[in-house]
Every structure is written in C-alpha cells, then in structure tokens.
Write a protein that binds this ligand. Structure first.
Ligand code: LLP
Length: 441
C-alpha cells in the first residue's frame, strides 16, 4: 500500500494496485461515471473545516467560506452543517447558499459589480453583511434600503495596496486593482451613510489575493488599516468590525513529493494556525469582531479529476499523452500556468519513467496540462489518470468550449460514493438553443 495523502492511496483492486479515495476504488467509479469527472473526499473536507475552526475560532475569528472556490450544493451543505458562514459574489451563489441551509444572516455579499437586482434580492433575503466596493454601490444600496425600510449592515472594502507574491492574475489588493476603494474614499462614504437611517457601516474589509504563502502581506495590510481606523475614530467614526478576506495558500504537491517518505504530510505551506495567530498578534487590543473568507484552503486538496488516456501519440521531440479531459474541464493550467500533479490510477511504481507533454483534445495550444512530465513508460490508451488538488477553482470554472459536456462531480464518503452533480450533456447544452431562432423584434 502507498499512501499519497491522508485520503488517497494505492491499494489492490481486481488484482492490480490502483488508486483509492477513502475506501472507494477510482477504477470502479470510472466504470460507472463517464470520464472526465471530479471526485471529492468528504473526510478531507471535514478535516480542513475542523482544522480551520480550531485555529480561527480559538482566536475568536469568524469564518465565511468563499463558495466561489467550489459551490457544489452537497459540499455547501456539509460546510453549513459545520456552522461556518459563507461569502458570496452573485445572486446565483446566494440561492445556492440558502438552499444548502446557510442562514441569510451568516452570508457576506462581496463583489465589485453587484447589480441593483442582485442587491435588492439580497436585501429582501436578509443577507447579514454587504461588503461595499465603491461610493456608487453605496448610493444604490441606500436607495434600496430606503425603499424597503430595511436596516442593513455593511463594511467598506478597502484596497490596502500591499505587494503579494502570487500569480499576477490573482492579486486583488495591489495598487490599480479594481477591487475595494482607496483609503481616502472611506471617510466620504461614512459621511454619506450617516444620513441614511437604514445603513450601518460597521467596519472595513479587505481581500489581498489568493494562494498567499506568508503572513507578511496580511500584517502589512492590517497595520495600514489600523492606522486608517484610528484616524476615522478621531473624525467621529469608531469602527468595530474587520473582514480580512481569504487567500491562504495551499501547496500543490507534485508526484515526487507525494511518494517521498513524508507520505504527503510534509509541507512548506503555512497552517491555518500560523495565519490565525499572526492575525491576532497584529490586533492585540482589537475588541471588535474579526472575520475571514477562506476558499481554496478549505477545498483544494479534497478533490481529484479523473480522466482517460485517448492516445499515446508518438512524436518528436516529445511524445504526447492525449487525455479525454481538456482546458474546459480544468482551466487553471491554461489560465495561470498552474500545475496539478497527474498520477496514473494503476500503480506506477514498477515501470520506468518517460517524458511526455500532457494535452487535451481542444483546438488550442494552451490546452496543455503539463510539459515534459515524467510518467511511466507503460501507459497506454484507455488507462485512467488523476489530477490532484482539484477541489478549488476547477469544477466551478469549467465550461462547454468546443461543445464539450460539463464533467460530473462525485462525493466519496468512506466506502460509499454519490453523484453530486450529473454531467451537463450535449443534449442539455443544446436545449437552450432553439431549432429556429426566437424572434424578438
Ligand atoms: N474573498 C474574496 C472577496 C475573494 O475575491 C476571494 C477569491 C476569496 C475571498 C477567497 O480566496 P481564497 O481563500 O480562495 O484564496 N481562480 C483563481 C483564484 C481566484 C480567487 C478569487 N477571489 C485560481 O484558480 O487560482
């Protein structure tokens, strides 16, 4: 038996060493669900939630899961049952959150472009916190609150303009980013809100980026925000709430790290407790409420994506593994040059390694999952492969480019497996296009 992560290991199945997630054989799953499909471990999700709660709740910091990372209803239900709140960025996400059982009061509504219709729906649903991203949005919210005579709690999201060492496409708190407001825009917004009997601005919010591996940028941003809060207090605006966003990085381990004798548990990435203690130590005298919005760190390592090899295409200078999964199923490599460890479902440990480029079938050169990957030389068409760490920002970002179906999602719970989203088929996709176009005008 080879243990790769606490929930993923090679064990015998049908006289062969194959990959198991918890106590379910991936090979057996693939005989029932069309590839490619996503597959999540419930135990891994619960572990992450428990670790997050232990670290942050010990410091009296509230957790709102950023559901954009993975908004499958079955996973949301588990998160809601564990007592976390949720961070949403659209009314579609609000409907999911409510139907998964989150209390409206435990919903934080973030996002730079909330429409009037979305804000109205959120007000009527009783959403607990609005994170405002502009004075223009504040004006719209005041109109809605006045109309419905409903008392609303809001924070102002500021841009602390800190440098974060992550991929340029996922920074959000750097100078010039579209998110949040400049520090000097906060006071005028507080003055505007003072005249509205229905809007209470209780504090400030920030979210400085994603996949952050050090506490330094949080400490930098918190220091800047504290200075701003002191200034605002002297102007007669004592703020009592801080929402510090998400962004805690995870390590996307490669195959070698997973099969080394650390058994997948050794890691360079910080633990939840490193972040929680750093945050608390940066705010030793803060009496008010603190909350966070983690996404990736709760779900990235709970999932794998299973795909089948369509061809081993021999070529010069490099041969290709052509999969039945493509960039529409897993966009992160094409979008952020991200690498997700790719391992065979049958045990690789008896074969020699060869260099391959791993690609999908889509007609774009960016439909490439890995360049010069070291993979067993006895791989063949029909073999199953698994991409690891695909629980966050993977299924949610899939699309139907090239008229490809949207992959199914499966949840494993010990020795049971459930389809938690059926594949969205070509028939489903086509159903919204009339055979003869609908005449409008
Ligand atoms: N709060 C706000 C306001 C956010 O915009 C985000 C993520 C989060 C919380 C959660 O951040 P996390 O803890 O997951 O880092 N698609 C990209 C990641 C985009 C993140 C967008 N905002 C990726 O695949 O890497």
């Amino acid at each position: 038996m080879t243990q790769l992560t606490p929930h993923l290991r090679y064990l015998p199945y049908a006289q062969q060493q194959t990959l198991w997630l918890e106590n379910v054989s991936i090979k057996q799953l693939a005989s029932q669900v069309a590839t490619p499909f996503y597959c999540y471990s419930k135990a891994a999700l619960l572990n992450n939630i428990h670790a997050c709660k232990a670290a942050f709740e010990a410091e009296n910091i509230h957790i709102h899961y950023a559901m954009k990372a993975n908004s499958n209803l079955s996973l949301l239900r588990i998160v809601a049952e564990q007592g976390l709140g949720v961070d949403i960025v659209s009314i579609g996400e609000m409907h999911r959150a409510l139907s998964a059982g989150f209390d409206a009061q435990d919903i934080v509504f973030s996002g730079v472009g909330k429409t009037t219709a979305e804000l109205t729906a959120a007000v009527l649903a009783g959403v607990g916190q609005f994170n405002l991203e502009s004075k223009e949005e504040l004006a719209v919210l005041i109109t809605i609150a006045n109309k419905h005579q409903q008392l609303l709690s809001a924070l102002i999201r500021v841009n602390p303009e800190v440098t974060v060492d992550t991929h340029k496409n996922i920074t959000t708190g750097a100078k010039g980013n579209k998110f949040g407001v400049n520090f000097d825009a906060v006071l005028p917004m507080l003055e505007t809100a003072k005249h509205s009997p229905f809007i209470q601005i209780n504090g400030l919010a920030m979210h400085i980026g994603s996949q952050i591996h050090t506490t330094a940028p949080y400490l930098d941003a918190i220091a800047k925000i504290q200075t701003l809060i002191s200034e605002l207090k002297t102007q007669g605006y004592p703020l009592t709430e801080l929402d510090l966003g998400g962004g805690f990085g995870v390590q996307y381990k490669d195959h070698q790290m997973l099969t080394s004798n650390t058994g997948g548990s050794g890691s360079d990435s910080l633990a939840f407790s490193d972040f929680s203690q750093a945050i608390r130590s940066a705010l030793p005298h803060w009496q008010g409420r603190i909350s966070i919005e983690p996404g990736r760190s709760l779900v990235a390592d709970i999932g794998v994506m299973v795909s089948e090899i369509t061809y081993i295409k021999e070529s010069q200078p490099t041969s290709f593994v052509v999969l039945d999964a493509a960039m529409n199923d897993l966009m992160r490599p094409a979008l952020y040059q991200a690498t997700h460890a790719l391992i065979p479902v049958k045990s690789p440990f008896t074969s020699r390694l060869t260099e391959y480029d791993v690609v999908g079938p889509i007609c774009e050169s960016t439909d490439t999952f890995a360049k010069s990957a070291q993979l067993p030389n006895d791989l063949a068409a029909g073999d199953l492969m698994c991409f690891l760490y695909t629980g966050a920002y993977c299924a949610v970002m899939s699309n139907s480019y090239n008229s490809r179906p949207i992959a199914a999602e499966v949840l494993v719970d010990d020795d049971q497996a459930y389809v938690i989203r059926q594949a969205i088929t070509q028939e489903n996709l086509i159903a919204f296009e009339q055979h003869t176009a609908l005449k409008l005008i």
